[in-house]
Structure formats: C-alpha cells, structure tokens
Design a protein around this ligand. Sequence first.
Ligand SMILES: *Cc1c(COP(=O)(O)O)cnc(C)c1O
Length: 385
Amino acid sequence: MAKKALKFATKLIHVGGKPDKETGAVIPPIYQTTTYAQSSPGKHQGYDYSRCQNPTRDRLEECLASIEKAKYALVTSSGISVVALILHALPKGSKILCGDDVYGGTYRLLTTVFNEIHDIRFVDTTDLKAVKQALTEHRPQLLWLESPTNPLLKITDLTKVTKLASEHKALSVVDNTFMSPYFQNPLDLGADIVMHSMTKYLNGHSDVLGGCLMTNQKSFYEKCWTLQKSIGPTASPFDSWLVQRGLKTLALRMEAHQKNALKIAKFLEGHSKVERVYYPGLKSHPQHSLAKRQMSGFGGMVTFFLKGDLKKSKRFLEKLKLFALAESLGGVESLIEHPAIMTHASVPKNIREELGIHDNLIRMSVGIEDVDDLISDLNSALSTL
Ligand SMILES: *Cc1c(COP(=O)(O)O)cnc(C)c1O
C-alpha cells in the first residue's frame, strides 16, 4: 500500500511502526545503544554512532515526516534546540524577521544569543501591510512565524504571508506546536520549514522534551542534520520511542482537547468574573473565519482575561484543584498559568504590555479529563473572586 493513500490516524500508527524484522515483535525494541559494530573499518550497516543515526529515532522521523506531508524530518532533544539549529543554518549576519508574539524562549534565544550572530527584527505577522513593508525594507533571509500565537492566539494568514516571503526570497518557518499536524499543515499553506516542540501535543504526556523539523528542502534538511551531529542536541533512543508511543493517539487526543476547550471557552465567555476570552473556535475571536479556513480545528489552548488585578489572578490560580499551575502545554492533563509571571517573564514589561500580556491574563492548556469536572473546578475558583 502506498503511503500516500493512508489517512492521518493510520499514519500515526503504521508509518515507522512496522513490526521488528528479526523477531516479529509488534512493538520493535528500543535501540538503546551509542555505537555499532563494523565488519571492517568504515564498513557498517548505515549506523556508526548514535549522535548521528539511531534506528529508533529513524522510525520516529519517518512518522513525523509523513504526518506533516514532508520528505524529511529531523528529531532533536528539545523544541528550542530545533529553533537554534534553524538559526545556525543561516550564514553569519543573516537578516531575520520574526513575529512579535512568539514563544518566550524563541524570543529569548533571538534577543540574547542570535542577536550576536544575525540581524533580528520583529513584526506583527497578522498585519499583512506591516509584513510587506518589513520584507521590503529589511530584506530578510528568513521569516519566523507562529500561528496561533502564544499566549494571545492571534492568527496569521499563513498562505498570504508565506507567499509574500517567497516573493521576497525569504525562507518561511512556521512553529506549528500549538496546532499539531492534526489541525494545521503549514507546508501545504506555503511554508518552507515547519517545526514543533514535541514536548507538547506530539508526545502529549508531559514526560519527554523533544523537538523536530520537517521540510521538503533537501539541502536545508542536510544542513540541519549536519549541525545536529556537530553541535549535539540529539534526542535519546528512549525519548524517541516514548514520543512515537505518544503519537499513536494524537488524533484521538486532539479531538478531545478541542471538544473540551470549546466547551470551556463558551463557559468562560458567559461568566460574570471573566472580561474576555480568546479561543479561535469562538465566533467572537477576531479571526475566527481565517482560523476556520486555515486550520481543520482550533486546538486545546484557551486564553482569557479575568475582571481584576494581579491579586485576583493569583487567588484564582491558587484555588484550582484539577488544573495544575504549571508552564508547558499539550499534555493529557489540564494546565493553567500566568504568562506575565511565568512563560513570558523574559519578555520586557513594556513589550508585554504593548502585546496585551497584562496581569489579569490567564492561559490554559485544556486536557482530556471529563469536561464537567474541569468546568466545576473553574467555577469554584471563579466564585471566590
Ligand atoms: C515549548 C515551545 C517551544 C520550545 O520547546 P521545548 O521543547 O520546551 O524546548 C517552542 N515553541 C513553542 C510554541 C512552544 O510552545
């Protein structure tokens, strides 16, 4: 059967998931090895050292490439190490244009590490005119995009923006962590490279750090592969195996995350202690129709403003029992956090305020528990305000 014919949920289980050739084991053994015996110097079976190649990691990469409909996938030790490899792949002094509302760690890496190597500017990628102007003036080699953004869930029109980038000879990269390949495929929308923090939805169980990139551009993939080998942010065989195990239920999990998130977003929208809710699946989301066009679903992230100040935000967060007060997202359990103090603390206060990351802003990663329990937990905490 040709791989093309397989549907998403089938790929998750079968691509890179064939039984072990030697023993028939349906779940192949984890190749927990650093090195490989050679029959004669330089003569081996395609594997010489696990920083470079490992069969367990290969299987995961095969599956990841197929679910983003890419020719190549590269797995690394964390999402942020993928960001670093992509930035290292550009010649020294490259110009980079980046969305102004990206993951806090990406912002930190760009402004405290790669600002020494490249020339970095930021732009609101939801504003097409601003993107066009920045591309014309800055002439970047690379455009970094995240949609929806974190934490405000703003949507960038990826088709239009990646087209603008290619007209200006800039490579476009989309960080697709929030949607997962189940709800959004940036390569289909015109992006050159897509990346994920596998730590989030792809693994889905909050127990592994990992990152990956997928692309159809052989030379860019090879550059990143060589950098990965040279710099060393390699994913371990065991972590690769765990992510592949998590991936098998991605389709089921994403449906459940979305179903719960929509119910919770609607509940919050109707609550008197809540000022404003942002969820791309709500009709009230400023870019709901773009979200519907570009994504096949709306994901599990919900952001909202409480009516009140920092004190009230803290009280609300302390009172919750099921939602763990924790950074990160995309696991089966529900998490909640305060972006201004937690995930986005590295963004300077004046920029945070400009972006709308105020003290009454709360971000949730809605898990797959029974939604009635989640709503009752939120309701009890809100009633104390
Ligand atoms: C978490 C995250 C990253 C970084 O990934 P790590 O696995 O934590 O290194 C990058 N982008 C987004 C959108 C994220 O949520």
